[in-house]
Design a protein around this ligand. Structure first.
Ligand SMILES: Nc1nc2c(c(=O)[nH]1)N[C@H]1C(S)=C(S)[C@@H](COP(=O)(O)OP(=O)(O)OC[C@H]3O[C@@H](n4cnc5c(=O)[nH]c(N)nc54)[C@H](O)[C@@H]3O)O[C@H]1N2
Ligand SMILES: Nc1nc2c(c(=O)[nH]1)N[C@H]1C(S)=C(S)[C@@H](COP(=O)(O)OP(=O)(O)OC[C@H]3O[C@@H](n4cnc5c(=O)[nH]c(N)nc54)[C@H](O)[C@@H]3O)O[C@H]1N2
Ligand SMILES: [Mo]
Length: 760
C-alpha cells in the first residue's frame, strides 16, 4: 500500500507490511482516549523523523539517514496525537472553571481539555483566566520584568524548544541581566553534562548510529528503552541479529529489554517478534550499579591476572590517568561488599565480565537509573572506568551513550541555555549584541526550587514544561508560587504549573512542532539536536490549532523586544520574520559546531556536530581521561535504615513525563491505576502487609520535613528487596529537594528513602 492510499484509508489494518499495523490510526487515537482523531493524522505521522519532515516531539533518539517507511514508534504517535487533538481549551472553558476548582483536577484531565487557544491573563478577583491581546500581554509582562531585579527572575526551558528559540531565550536572559536558565535537563541528564565531562571531557555521548554496525556487546544501565526511546530498538535488533550480545542492569524486569515486540499486535513496533534482547538481565538494587560496576571491573582485572592481554594497555598509558589508584581500589574491595551493595551474586557479575572481556567493541547505554541518584556522577565515572579498561571509547563500535530524554534537550545546552557562564562564549555574545553579559553562575532547577522556598525567586518565565509538577518536594513548594510577583507560562496544554498563580500571571499558547509556522518570509523550519549529536531541520505542515497562536520564537522575541532597550544589533522582529537569520547567529556564536548551518539543516540523518572524546581528545583538566576510584559502593545517600525502602519513581508506558495519556502500563502488565506502590511479595509478607492493601508512603529523610503521599495500593511485583516503585509525578512530594547528585544537583528521583504505613 502506498503512503497516499494509507492516508485515504486510515483504518485499514496492514499488519503484514513494514508498518506493522500502524495503519490502525483509530486504535492509536483510542489509546490516548481521544474520540475525535484529527483528519490527516496518518500523513502527519508518516512525515515524522524524515528529512524535510517534522521531528518527533517525544524522545531525542537519532533519526537515521535512510528512514524506515514508518520512522516513528507508539510513544511518538501518542505524543503527536495528543498534540493534534481537535479539542480546545478556550476562554469559554475558563469562564466556567475558576482556577481554585481546576487545582483539584488530575494532570490527565487538565491536559485532556485540549489545546490552549488564546493568550490569557489570570484575574484574581474572579479567580479566572481571561483572554488578552498579545500586544497587551507583551507590554504588561515587560513592565513587570523591568520592575524586578533580574537576579530574582528565572527563565526555565523544557527540552522540547528548538535551537532557534532556545538561543534567543538565553540571549534575552543575558541582555536582561541574569544567567538563571534552569532546564529540564537539570532534573535528567545534568549528571551526564557535569559528571561525564569531568572524566572524559565531553558532556554528551561519544557514539553515532554507525557504531551499531560494529559493536558485539551492548550494556544497558537504568534505561527503559521499550517505553522511552523505542526507535533505539531498530538498530539494536539488527545488531542482535548479527550476534551482538546484550546485558542489562535494572531493578525492574522491563519487558522492552527482554524481548522484541510482537508485530501481530497492531500497537507494537515494526520490529520482528520473539527475539530475545538481553542475554543477561540483572535486577540490581537501586543505587547498586556502583557496586555492580566495581565487580565487573574487579573481575576484568582478575582475568587479566590469569590470562593477560585483556586490558588495553596502550590506551591506558597514552590516554588516561589514575589507573593505578583504581587498581588498588579494586584489589581492596571485597566480593562480599560488592554482592551486598549490588544485591547481585559474584557469579552473575563474573558472567557479564566474561562477556565484556570476550567482546571487541562495547557500547554502554544509560538513563535515569544512573543519573537520578545522590552519587549519580560516580555511577557514570564507574561506567567510564569499565569501558576504558579495554579502550572502549573513541573507536568504531564502542563508546558511552547517555540516552537523552526530551527531543532537543541536548541541543538547548549547545546553544546557550546554561546557568554556567563558562559554558557560553560570553565575549562573543557581548560583541555581537553590544551588552555586558552577567558573568556569575545562575540558578539551575534545584537552586530555583531553593529560591522559591526562601523567597529569593520572584519571577518565573517558563518556555514549556510543567516545572511545578516535575520538581521534588511539591508539598513544600506549591504554596510558594503565590508569592511570586510574576509567573509567565508559554505552553500548548493546561497543566498544574499554570494554576499556581503569582501576583501577575499569564498563560501564552504556542504552536506545536507538527504545525505550520508561517512568518513574514514564509513557512519556517526549526532545528534540534538528537542524543547522538546530529542536528536536524523540522518543518510543520498542519494548520495551527487556533489563529491566535504564536510560535515559541515569536513569543520570546515579542517579550524581549518589549522588555529590553532597543539596540541596532538586536533585530527581534527581523529574526522572527526569518529563522534562517537566527541560525546565522548560532553559526557566528558557535562556528565549530554549526559551520554552514542553514545550508546543512536537512542533511539526511542530520549533520554531526562532532565530539572530541570520540576522537580521543580529552578536554579535561589534564588532557587525559580520568579513571575514578569511588569512596563507596552505593549511589544512595546512606544505607537504608531498618524498615525503610528505596523509592524509585517510574514512568509508565502511557505517559510522557507529567503528561499522562492513560492508565495502561502495558509492558509491565499494570493496568487501570497510577496510585500504586510496587513491592516484592516477600517484602509484603515481612512487613505484615497484604497485597491490594491501601497504604501511605512517608518520606524517611531526617531533614525535619514531613512528607507523605496517601491512598496508594500495594501491588506485588518482581523487584529487589528493599525497593519500592511508584509513579512520577504523583509521588514527587516524597522527594526532598536536598537529596540530589553531589556534583550536578540532579534530584535523586531513583534513590529516595521512604516508609510504608497501612491505612485504615
Ligand atoms: N514514552 C515516553 N518516552 C519518554 C519519556 C516519557 O515519559 N515517556 N520521557 C523522556 C525523558 S524527559 C527522559 S529523561 C527519558 C527517560 O528515560 P529513562 O532513562 O528510561 O528513565 P526512567 O523511565 O525514569 O527510568 C529508567 C529505568 O531506570 C530503572 N532504575 C531505577 N533505579 C535504578 C537504579 O538504581 N539502577 C538501575 N540500573 N536502574 C534503575 C527503572 O526501573 C527504569 O527502567 O525518556 C524520554 N522519553
Ligand atoms: N519523580 C520524578 N520526577 C521527575 C523525573 C523522574 O524520573 N521522577 N524525571 C525528570 C525529568 S527526566 C524531566 S525531563 C522533567 C520533565 O519536566 P518538564 O519538561 O518541565 O515537563 P513535561 O511534563 O515534559 O512538560 C509538559 C508540558 O509541556 C507543555 N508543552 C508540551 N509541548 C510543548 C511545546 O511544544 N511547547 C511549549 N512551550 N510547551 C509544550 C505542555 O503544556 C505540557 O503540559 O521531570 C523530572 N521529574
Ligand atoms: Mo528528562
Amino acid at each position: 500500500m502506498s503512503d497516499d492510499e494509507r492516508t485515504q484509508n486510515p483504518d485499514t489494518p496492514s499488519y503484514d507490511d513494514p508498518a506493522g499495523g500502524w495503519g490502525s490510526m483509530k486504535g492509536i487515537a483510542r489509546l490516548v482516549g481521544m474520540e475525535r482523531p484529527s483528519p490527516g493524522l496518518v500523513q502527519t505521522l508518516l512525515r515524522m523523523n524524515k528529512p524535510e519532515g517534522h521531528m518527533c516531539t517525544a524522545c531525542a533518539w537519532a533519526k537515521p539517514a535512510d528512514p524506515h517507511s514508518v520512522e516513528f514508534c507508539e510513544s511518538g504517535a501518542k505524543a503527536t496525537v495528543w498534540d493534534l487533538t481537535e479539542d480546545r481549551c478556550t476562554p469559554a472553558f475558563f469562564e466556567q472553571h475558576p482556577v481554585s476548582e481546576l487545582l483539584g483536577w488530575s494532570d490527565r484531565d487538565l491536559e485532556a481539555v485540549g489545546r490552549l487557544s488564546h493568550p490569557l491573563r489570570y484575574d484574581a478577583d474572579s479567580d479566572r483566566y481571561r483572554p488578552v491581546s498579545w500586544a497587551s500581554a507583551f507590554d504588561e509582562i515587560a513592565t513587570e520584568l523591568r520592575a524586578l531585579d533580574p537576579e530574582s527572575v528565572v527563565f526555565y526551558t523544557s527540552g522540547r524548544a528548538a535551537l532557534e528559540v532556545s538561543y534567543l531565550f538565553s540571549l534575552f536572559a543575558r541582555v536582561y541581566g541574569h544567567n538563571n536558565l534552569p532546564d529540564s535537563s537539570n532534573m535528567c541528564h545534568e549528571t551526564t553534562s557535569v559528571g561525564l565531562k569531568q572524566v572524559i571531557g565531553s558532556s554528551v555521548g561519544t557514539c553515532t548510529l554507525d557504531d551499531f554496525e560494529h559493536c558485539d556487546l551492548v550494556l544497558f544501565f537504568g534505561q527503559n528503552t521499550g517505553t522511552n526511546s523505542p526507535r533505539l530498538l531498530n538498530p539494536l535488533h539488527k545488531a542482535v541479529k548479527r550476534g551482538c550480545k546484550v546485558a542489562t542492569f535494572n531493578p525492574v524486569r522491563e519487558q522492552g529489554l527482554i524481548e522484541f515486540a510482537d508485530p501481530k499486535n497492531p500497537l507494537h513496533m515494526a520490529t520482528n517478534s520473539g527475539t530475545r534482547i538481553s542475554d543477561v538481565y540483572l535486577q540490581v538494587k537501586p543505587g547498586g550499579d556502583l557496586a555492580a560496576l566495581t565487580g565487573l571491573c574487579k573481575h576484568v582485572l582478575e582475568i587479566e591476572a590469569v590470562d593477560g592481554g585483556v586490558l588495553d594497555r596502550p590506551f591506558i598509558d597514552e590516554h588516561t590517568d589514575r589507573f593505578d589508584e583504581l587498581e588498588q581500589h579494586l584489589l581492596g574491595t571485597t566480593w562480599t561488599a560488592i554482592e551486598q551493595a549490588s544485591g547481585l551474586s559474584r557469579g552473575n557479575l563474573e558472567e557479564v565480565a566474561r562477556l565484556y572481556v570476550g567482546a571487541s567493541n562495547v557500547i554502554a547505554f544509560y538513563g535515569m537509573g544512573l543519573t537520578q541518584h545522590v552519587h549519580g556522577s560516580l555511577n557514570i565515572a564507574m561506567l567510564v572506568n569499565l569501558l576504558m579498561l579495554r579502550g572502549n571509547i573513541g573507536r568504531p563500535g564502542a563508546g558511552i551513550s547517555p540516552v537523552r530524554g526530551h527531543s532537543n534537550v541536548q541541543g538547548q545546552r549547545t546553544v546557550g541555555i546554561s546557568e554556567k557562564p563558562a559554558l557560553v562564549p560570553l565575549d562573543t555574545l557581548a560583541s555581537m549584541f553590544e551588552f555586558e553579559p552577567p558573568r556569575h553562575t545562575g540558578r539551575n532547577a534545584t537552586e530555583t526550587v531553593e529560591g522559591l522556598l526562601d523567597g529569593s525567586v520572584k519571577g518565573f518565565v517558563g518556555l514549556g514544561g510543567n516545572f511545578a509538577r516535575a520538581i521534588p518536594d511539591q508539598g513544600r513548594v506549591d504554596p510558594t508560587w503565590a508569592s511570586l510577583s510574576l509567573n509567565v507560562q508559554i505552553a500548548t496544554k493546561l497543566n498544574r504549573s499554570h494554576l499556581l498563580t503569582g501576583r501577575a500571571t499569564w498563560l501564552l499558547p504556542c504552536l506545536v512542532r507538527a504545525e505550520e509556522d508561517r512568518q513574514e518570509s514564509g513557512p519556517q523550519c526549526v532545528t534540534m539536536e538528537d542524543s547522538l549529536s546530529h542536528i536536524h531541520g523540522s518543518i510543520g505542515k498542519r494548520t495551527p490549532a487556533s489563529d491566535q497562536l504564536k510560535s515559541e520564537l515569536a513569543i520570546v522575541a515579542g517579550l524581549a523586544e518589549a522588555t529590553l532597550p532597543a539596540n541596532r544589533t538586536r533585530d527581534w522582529q527581523g529574526w522572527t520574520a526569518d529563522y534562517a537569520r537566527v541560525r546565522d547567529l548560532i553559526e557566528r556564536t558557535y562556528p565549530d559546531d554549526f559551520a554552514r548551518f542553514d545550508e546543512r539543516k536537512f542533511t539526511p540523518g542530520g549533520f554531526f556536530r562532532g565530539n572530541a572524546a570520540r576522537e580521543r581528545q580529552w578536554q579535561t583538566d589534564t588532557g587525559r581521561a580520568h579513571f575514578t576510584s569511588p569512596d563507596r559502593l552505593s549511589a544512595l545517600d546512606r544505607p537504608l535504615a531498618n524498615g525503610d525502602y528505596t523509592l524509585i519513581t517510574l514512568r509508565s508506558h502511557d505517559q510522557f513525563n507529567t503528561t499522562v495519556y492513560g492508565f495502561s502500563d502495558r509492558l509491565r502488565g499494570l493496568e487501570g491505576s497510577r496510585d500504586i506502590v510496587l513491592i516484592n511479595p516477600d517484602e509484603i509478607a515481612r512487613a505484615g502487609l497484604s497485597e491490594g492493601q491501601r497504604v501511605t508512603l512517608h518520606g524517611a529523610s531526617d531533614d525535619g520535613h514531613e512528607r507523605c503521599v496517601s491512598g496508594l495500593r500495594l501491588v506485588a511485583y518482581d523487584l529487589p528487596d528493599g525497593c519500592v516503585g511508584a509513579y512520577y509525578p504523583e509521588t514527587n512530594a516524597l522527594i526532598p529537594i536536598g537529596l540530589h547528585d553531589r556534583v550536578s544537583k540532579t534530584p535523586a528521583y531513583k534513590g529516595t528513602p521512604v516508609r510504608i504505613a497501612a491505612e485504615g
